[in-house]
Ligand binder design. Sequence first.
Ligand code: ZN
Ligand code: ZN
Length: 413
Amino acid sequence: MSNMRTAVFVVLDGLGDRPLKDLGGKTPLEAAKTPTFDRLAAEGQSALMNVIGPGLTPGSDTAHLALFGYDPLADYPGRGPLEAFGAGLATKPGDVAFRSNFATVDSDMIVLDRRAGRTFTQEEQTELQAALDGLEIDDVKIRFIATVEHRGALVLEGEGLYAEISDVDPHETGKKILTVRALKPEAEKTANIVNKLMQVAHERMEGLEINKERAKKGVPVANALLLRGPGRHSDVPPLPERYGIKAAVIAGGALYIGTAKYVGMEHIPVEGQTGTIDTNFDNIAEKTIETIEADYNYVFVHIKATDNASHDGNAREKILAIERSDAMVSKIIEKVGDKIVIAITGDHSTPVSTEEHSCDPVPILFWSNFIRPDSVKKFSEIEAAKGALHTIRGIDVMPLLLGYAGYIEKFGA
Ligand code: ZN
Ligand code: ZN
């Protein structure tokens, strides 16, 4: 096809909401001043969207998988691989990954502190990482990365690994680290490896110089690992393979970067991009424009501030985050509007009134300078219900966006 566009996908996390008394019965999106979103809704097509399915309250990770065109009910790998990717540790099909904590245990493996005092210097993290990364147990290779405070990600590489194993973490202090069992026969090997790993890691960590120093200072030593959220990197084809596209992610939060990388996107770092309201919206706009003008076919832009404000019950801040996002999109449209197809939405609703994710469907709009308009004039939860696309599912977004952008081939003669 000759007239391909770059598909731009903007997600304001937790965007959807419910009417608020304090806002005169409007939702934060209705109350926000959003001249750009409203223009794009007026010129484009809208819908309401059940991101995973009707009545289902999505987590951000499963929601994003659906929005990237994967069926989360079948293809969700669990938190492990997504966190590992987010931490900078790439997994591949067949690997099993975990989130991990440094912990303090006594000589009987009884947990004394589930976070080993929580605070670690970079030097301490480096030494712990070096002690664990590269370990081999039987024919399985261990990769480990320390992230923030006591947290990290751990990957098992090898043949015949499965994630269906019971917990290591007793979830209470004063209890012994649990012996892992296989929850299905194929996971027997993984359970054995993890049980051996707990012992080996303990022995390795115990003798480290940094722990002698910590003990001297009266700080809990980091002499054990608590693993959780096991997940197996599944065999689903990544986006470049599935659609023949080069895809990029522009996001501040590790989980979003991780989920996007899991499906084959490249992370484009932006200076000053964070997961908060103080994120640098101007830099995000500029980098998005740059990425569109480079040879990417798909650019995913994630804004987290809307969801944070919702979890804090802060309608004012949610409105501010929406307005700043509107200004950000305005810059993108002004510069490269004739080169793109754009979709703008949320990954789920997070009503300010409940401060939790909910199953309320979210509004979505599709715009390009060639898309037929519908009768919707404003971007909101209420108006979107009148849109030409009616009610769609999250999994429909990728084909719609890539179809309009020219990446899906004609079916039939
Ligand atoms: Zn979310
Ligand atoms: Zn949330």
